[in-house]
Each structure stands twice: as C-alpha cells, then as structure tokens.
Design a protein around this ligand. Sequence first.
Ligand code: M6R
Length: 366
Amino acid sequence: ELGPYSHFMQKEIHEQPRAIADTIEGVIDAGTFSAELFGDDAADVLAGIEGVQILACGTSYYAGMTARYWIEAIAGLPCSVEIASEYRYRDVVANPKHLIITLSQSGETLDTMEALKYAKSLGQERTLSICNVPESAIPRASRLVCYTRAGAEIGVASTKAFTTQLVALFTLTATLAKLRGRLDEAREAEYLDALRHLPGSVQHALNLEPQITAWSEHFAPKEHALFLGRGVHYPIALEGALKLKEISYIHAEAYPAGELKHGPLALVTDAMPVVVIAPNDSLLEKVKSNMQEVRARGGELFVFTDEESQFGPSEGVHVIRAPRHVGVLSPVIHTIPVQLLAYHVALARGTDVDKPRNLAKSVTVE
Ligand code: M6R
C-alpha cells in the first residue's frame, strides 16, 4: 500500500502532482471557469453575492486564509476567514448576500459542521463546501459542493488535502471574478495556463527533497522554530509551523514577517532556527530587510525562495530555490518544502509521523 514510501505522509506529499491534476481536471477540460463546476444552480447562488465568509479548522483554515488574498484581489469581494469553533459561539451579524464557504478534508469536523448549521440558522442560505470525502456530512448540508480529488488521506498531518483545497479555492476565485465581470479573456487564459502547469511545478518542488533532508539535521535537536512569510505566503508559514509542531513536537510559531519588531524578535537567538518563505514577489525587498533583522540577532535563516530572486546563501543564511516563480499560484509551490521539512525533521527525531500523539485524523467531538 505504501509502495516505495516509508510513511503515508511521505506518500501523500508525493501524490500532490496527481491529486492537483485530478482536482483541476474539470476546469482544464472545460477550458473555461464556469459556475457549473460548483453545482447546477451555482450561477444563481453565486450571482449578486457581496462578500465571502470562510469557516474551517486547522490546515483547512490556513487554506481559507490563503484564499482571502485571492478573493479580495482577483474577485474584488470582501472576505473574512474564521476558525469554526470561534464563529459558532459568537453573536454573528449575518448577511444573506454573503457566501458561506466551509472547508474540510474529512467533511465530518464537528466544529465546522456546527458553524455551518449556525450560519444557516441566521438565514445564510448561500453555502458552498469544499471537501475531500464525497457524501460526508458537511457537503450534504451545503447547497453547493466542490470535491477535491486528493484521494484518501491517511496521515494525520494534512498535506495533499491542503494543496488541492488551494487549487479548488483558486478556481472558485476565478469563477467569481468572471461572474462579476472582472476576468477578461487574456486573464482567464493566463490562469488556465497557470493551473495546467501547476502539477509539473509541484513535481519540481518535490525534487528539492534531498536538499531539504540535509536541513533537517539543523532542526532535529532544537526545541523552537519560527516561520515567517508575508502576504499570501503568511498562511503558508502558518501551515509550515503547524506541520512541524504536529509531527516533530518542536514548538513552532509563524508570524507575518512585518510583525517581528512588535515582539517575536525578542525570542531570536542562535537556538531558534527561522524559516522564511521568500518568493520573488512584490514583498521580497520587505522580507529581505526582515531577514537582516533576524541575522543581526544571531538567528540562523532557512530560506525558501525561487530562481529569480537575487540572493544567495551566506553565513547563517541557507537557501533553497524552487525552479521559477509561478505567479499567483506560488503559495501552492511553497507549501511543498515546508511539508517535506516537517516530515524529515520528524524522521530524524523518531516520532510517529503518521499518528502523532494526542491527535485524531477527523475531529468529530468538541
Ligand atoms: O477534515 P478537516 O479539514 O475539517 O480537518 C481540520 C483539521 O482538524 C485538520 O486540518 C488538522 O489541523 C490537521 N491535523 C492538520 O494537519
């Protein structure tokens, strides 16, 4: 069942090119972003929406955080993202013109299900779920459904479910933009092309595994790690920190790099490795100055970037490059190295990678 792999997590990380290709097959075959991809009455449900509320837990919540950047920038809709267990217990000001999106790999997470029920009880009838398990509870309770086609995910640490959620959310974003008259033909062709090339680019990122394995020896003896990112890559830093703490039991935190000076910089010493997600985008110069702040305090940097960025390794600065910057879908590519890092650090520490202590794959209790 594991084939050449040692753990389900490793197998599932390597299945991502296929899982992504399967998830986007419908839109690639159609050659266009259309509402029907989300259900027969999707055009009616999505027409005239004035905002988006995303509800989820854990890794699915970070997929939602990533999507917020896309939904606001590309579809021009205000978007909030909230942890389902918080949303369900507060007095929410409902807006029936907002689309409620629930994200769940299992489709059975109790808090997400209850948050959805609560939203519906407030008159929020436009509901859409992105889910990996057909006919599970959350999609059954939603008006529109989009299934990711990651296949069964066995490892407790979510990997291929996350990247397939991202591509489903990107497809939804482009569809919303189109419905709102914000996607011209050239841009649509560009996005379709980006999706088409994505599985290949993910494979290139997976090929970085030997370099990442070499980094794991720096992390294995440590008790703390900090992850930094900015903009759309900040949620990827959060996801990297969650993966590391979940399976290696190293305490890891993630911060938007611009927040360093407001507190976490006090933690930085040579005992705390700092992982930076630093693709060659419009925020790179800002990230570089945040990196200097870390170096000035003796912090060791482990930087994931891409070929186009003009900086190399130096003392205390380790660099791994993805082959090229893939534009708007860059968060998908930069997820791969943080997954592999967590996996190899856990291996080096000898923890139970697929079944970390105290955790269950599907959280159906409160
Ligand atoms: O099945 P769901 O996507 O609703 O699960 C949500 C979280 O429980 C899940 O993502 C959890 O955080 C993972 N163990 C993260 O790797």
